[in-house]
Design a protein around this ligand. Structure first.
Ligand SMILES: [Zn+2]
Length: 293
């Protein structure tokens, strides 16, 4: 009799501890946060998953003295990560090896932040910056290096779904080789496009069609007219678009044609050159946006 009672109490305690554990896990994380960093003319995006994984996509430019003293890695990305208390990055992604995307990643690779995995497009750029990038990864023994292809599912925790949508194969130019990722959390989704242009976009439309549909679209290639083709925008059908570009940049980004298309589709546009860092927070149902300016 006493033993049975004891068993019942034990069972009760077990159920109680499980329940407490679950609510603890839910209360601790529970939200997905995506920040588009203002790195001037370039891209850098920091993602913190509901399960607590840290992802960094691109890092803006590096300094190139005497032509340019600004180093986005040292001056924007690292201070941001430090401020957040990030000591470990689960996945660092170089969408493609252009200067305005991997330049600032060099400082991150030089820092004491632990980096578990690096995803690289595999496009062989001949620049010193790309050679440096590969060398620095090679020096980090614990860091694994991958070249993902379209269709690959990324393990960013059970709460979210992350999939590589492009490239399916290497293109002849670096922009179209950009690693494109769709990230879903409940009803809210993000499409990170790097500098993908019409060729890569066309490939994605034929492969995925309306499955490209996403709540937030990072307009590809800083809002260049070489991307954001009509059929791609129709398939993605975003509620919000983010343009990451430098103030009064010499390329004229974002191009008027792209802004006109986004306006026609009634897409709400955020721009890092006007608004600084832009942070989206979601519980999987609602989406909140916060801007620095
Ligand atoms: Zn770029």
């Amino acid at each position: 009799m006493v033993r049975r009672r004891f068993k019942r109490i034990l069972l009760f305690l077990l159920v109680l501890s499980l329940a407490l554990n679950l609510s603890y896990a839910k209360g601790k994380g529970g939200r997905l946060e995506v920040t588009f960093l203002d790195v001037g003319q370039g891209d850098s995006i920091f993602i913190s998953t509901p399960g607590g994984k840290n992802i960094l996509i691109d890092g803006g430019k590096r300094a190139f003295p005497p032509y340019s003293k600004f180093d986005a890695g040292k001056e924007v990305v690292l201070p941001f990560l430090k401020n957040k208390g990030v000591k470990r990055i689960d996945t660092l992604i170089a969408t493609h090896p252009d200067m305005d995307h991997i330049g600032g990643l060099l400082a991150v690779l030089d820092s004491d932040i632990q980096i578990d995995k690096v995803l690289d497009s595999g496009y062989k750029h001949t620049s010193y910056t790309y050679q440096d990038f590969l060398k620095k990864i090679g020096r980090r023994r614990e860091t694994k290096y991958y070249q993902p292809r379209a269709g690959q599912v990324l393990n960013w925790g059970d709460e979210v779904k992350a999939q590589v949508l492009s490239p399916a194969h290497l293109f002849r130019d670096s922009n179209n080789c950009s690693i494109v990722i769709k990230l879903e959390f409940g009803d809210i989704s993000f499409l990170f496009t790097g500098d993908a242009e019409k060729e890569a976009e066309g490939g994605m439309v034929s492969r995925y069609g309306n499955r490209l549909k996403s709540t937030v679209l990072k307009a590809s290639h800083h809002g260049s007219r070489t991307g954001s083709s009509l059929r791609f925008l129709k398939a993605v059908n975003p509620r919000v678009a983010v343009i990451s570009c430098g103030r009064k940049n010499r390329y004229g980004f974002p191009h008027k044609e792209v802004m006109d298309k986004l306006a026609r589709f009634k897409v709400k546009v955020y721009r890092t050159d006007y608004q600084g860092n832009i942070t989206f927070t979601t519980d999987g149902k609602k989406l909140w946006a916060g801007t620095e300016r």
